[in-house]
Design a protein around this ligand. Sequence first.
Ligand code: ADP
Ligand code: TRP
Length: 325
Amino acid sequence: MARILTGIQSSGRPHLGNILGAIAPAIELSKDPNNESFFFIADLHSLITIKDGPLREEYVRAIAATWLAFGFDTDRNVFWRQSRVQEHTELAWYLNCFTPFPMLANAHSFKDKSERLADVNAGLFTYPVLQAADILLYDANIVPVGKDQKQHLEMTRDIATALNRQVGQDILVLPDARIDERLMVIPGVDGQKMSKSYNNYIDIFLPEKELRKAVMKIMTDSTPLEEPKNPDTDITFQLYSLIAGEPEVALMRQNYEKGGFGYGHAKQALYEMILEKFSEPRRIFNYYMENTAELEQKLVEGEEKARQIAQETIKKVRKALGYGS
Ligand code: ADP
Ligand code: TRP
């Protein structure tokens, strides 16, 4: 039985890139009966950038509703908010004291973000330590993440090894990153990586009119309607291929190549395909965003399960470090 664990920061509503690149593949992995999945919302990490409580809460709900909308089974797995299980922050402190300062100072993510962000706080600096605590609290074996998180997983292993060595026992389990190299980077409406930070994302849960508007913003070249077009360099076609089935994609390719088919037609087809393919997730997402008490109930149930496991780990760590029995 492998224990899979991953977290998503509550720093915005999930977009098509997050869904196709992270959420849907993690849910697929959770369906394997040999796996036990621990998925949480990293709402403490998001305090680094989002200080507005109600806004952060709104994003927490949107992320939780997305996991549920894409079929995460919360009865068989564990699903919770990081901030409600205090052991995350307690373990993070212990781990801080086993983390060499240069390891954090040289982290790629810190270097990148400290150049871009106006508010470079200590939370940004110790971000990887809280992430290590998230993982080590639950004895996770496999952590599915994007390529950008590879270094954070290496740090988690190094920090765990340092603590284990100090206490002379393997109390923390070393996790492995699962980085799916086949997963492509989903392009945004401007052709760069789809990201909240570039404001080029498609939010598939928007009401129809707004969703259509977002799709219509996709950039194209200026080939006139009558002329044949190259599907392989076109963003609309790329997004369409990620969502539609094979026969529909083949038909779309023909439309591009034969000419007389404009980019407006292609975008309309993409918009309709999003509505069709995601009709059930859209329905479930909206249901939970309206019935927040039910969503809250699922999170509270998950928090209880998570807390029990976290408390056991903390007890072992406290004892090993000489903080009582
Ligand atoms: P953003 O860039 O929008 O801030 P995050 O960095 O919060 O997204 O990413 C959350 C998860 O979604 C990560 O696992 C990341 O690898 C994945 N992800 C984000 N954007 C994309 C994308 N454009 N294509 C594929 N996966 C993505
Ligand atoms: N740092 C991750 C990201 O930005 C989010 C995260 C926080 C995480 N804690 C984690 C991912 C633990 C995996 C495991 O995408």
